[in-house]
Ligand binder design. Structure first.
Ligand code: AMP
Ligand code: GLY
Length: 422
């Protein structure tokens, strides 16, 4: 079968490596992919937001199955376009992708269906938001309604900081139209857990839990990034908590989307915070997480491509979704200066002994040589019997990857390892 994957980061590389384990998958195209992904798929220079280009390519190449991985094309309606031409897809339709595309939508959904989340107010008038902040509890959290490259969330420690965040979103429009509406919400505390899930709108099957490391620096210092590393499983996510999440969050969310006429099919990402008052939803994403996917898929023992097709065809309940009881760690290597300003174009070498477990996020091929081409350049993943071994092995493997200007966190997994000690 000819499969097309839309996207071009480490997540897409991990998805591609995994679906290729299925012998039915004979050809894989990645739009646009990157220089590293080119070792595993035919990369086609069509951008993920170019819905016309994607559709035209899929028809011309007679693609049998499409996987739309990033948020932008999903929220723009890429799956709607492909499905209209009878191309089966993994990923939600536009009307369901809104669960990530609009925070106002997802907060109102949770309120209406009593799904636990932080208390909040929605504003489309800047003065009302500023007035509200005169008396709101501090710290407080300001979120742009729409997509903002993962940067649309400000945790404000003072009223002044909160008001500045509101002005930057609503007056200066730093996130464009995504800041036309904002959500101001209660600051929650507790360990964070990511749970990706497969769902066909009838059945929801949580994948193994994971933990992202979003801050740029060690000890969770520095700016928020797309993610500097991940581990799975997340030790805070006990079987008891998993049961509560299924009953109070996962199933109610699927039912709520159905009741709204917005059946969600694909991977639904639950970003959770385990608070003193129980697990609460921090965010929903309408897709696989990056770099969570890079630690979750290596632990999947069942056939990813079969599961994806079952999701599309609404027969997920018949499908086996089994995870190994090992642990996995992914350390991201970025360009010095990420997430603000960084140089690109440095030669990148990956020792063949670690190529299978290296997921390339930002690389290009220049004069036949792989060179860095992004902030996050790659993630190196290791699987082992214990989390400690997986973390050590991931850092050891990182020593087999080279580029000038390499920057990475030294403490991926440290918090999780500490949690396993108590
Ligand atoms: P998001 O883009 O929604 O994942 O938010 C980015 C990060 O901000 C999350 O991973 C949390 O660490 C933090 N965050 C978001 N909402 C809250 C909240 N209500 N309380 C505390 N931290 C939050
Ligand atoms: N790692 C966070 C995300 O994919 O949104």
């Amino acid at each position: 079968m000819k499969v097309m994957v839309v996207g071009g980061g480490g997540r897409e590389h991990a998805i591609i490596k995994k679906i290729k384990e299925n012998p039915k998958v004979t050809e894989v195209f990645c739009l646009p992919g990157n220089g590293g992904i080119a070792a595993d798929a035919v990369c086609v220079p069509i951008q993920a937001k170019d819905l016309d280009g994607i559709t035209e390519f899929a028809l011309k190449e007679k693609i049998d199955y499409a996987i739309v991985a990033p948020d932008d094309p999903l929220v723009l309606g890429c799956v709607d376009r492909l499905v209209k031409h009878n191309i089966p897809c993994f990923g939600p339709l536009k009307k369901a992708a809104i669960i990530e595309g609009s925070k106002a939508f997802s907060k109102n959904l949770m309120k209406k269906y009593k799904i636990p989340t932080a208390a909040y107010e929605i504003f489309s008038d800047m003065q009302e938001a500023l007035d509200y902040l005169d008396t709101a509890p501090i710290p407080t959290v300001i979120k742009a309604d729409g997509l903002a490259l993962g940067k649309g969330v400000i945790i404000a420690q003072t009223r002044e900081e909160a008001k500045n965040a509101v002005r930057s979103m609503m007056e200066e429009k730093v996130f464009g139209a995504s800041g036309d509406q904002i959500v101001i919400e209660e600051f929650l505390e507790g360990p964070e857990v990511t749970v990706l899930s497969f769902t066909d709108g009838k059945t929801v099957v949580p994948m193994i839990s994971s933990m992202d490391h979003k801050r740029a620096g060690d000890n969770d210092e520095g700016l928020n990034t797309g993610g500097m590393g991940t581990i799975a499983p997340n030790p805070y996510y006990t079987p008891e908590i998993a049961e509560i999440c299924m009953e109070k969050i996962f199933l109610p969310t699927i039912k709520a989307m159905n009741a709204e006429g917005r059946i969600f099919k694909g991977c639904l990402y639950f970003g959770l915070m385990l608070t003193e008052n129980g697990p609460k939803v921090i965010e929903y994403n309408c897709r696989f997480g990056d770099p969570e996917t890079q630690v979750v898929l290596p632990l999947l023992e069942s056939d990813l491509f079969e599961i994806m097709q079952a999701v599309t065809e609404g027969r997920l309940s018949e499908c086996e979704v089994k995870f190994s009881d090992k642990a996995c760690c992914c350390v991201v290597a970025a360009s010095e200066g990420y997430p603000v300003a960084y140089e690109k174009g440095f030669p990148l070498t990956v020792d063949p002994s670690v190529a299978d477990s290296t997921y390339i996020a930002g690389a290009a091929i220049k004069d036949g040589q792989l060179v860095t081409n992004g902030g996050r350049v790659l993630g190196v993943t290791a699987t082992a019997d214990t989390l400690k071994e997986a973390v050590d092995a991931a850092y050891e493997k990182l020593g087999k990857v080279h580029f000038d200007n390499m920057y990475y966190r030294h403490d991926i997994g440290a918090k999780a390892l500490k949690a396993t000690e108590v």
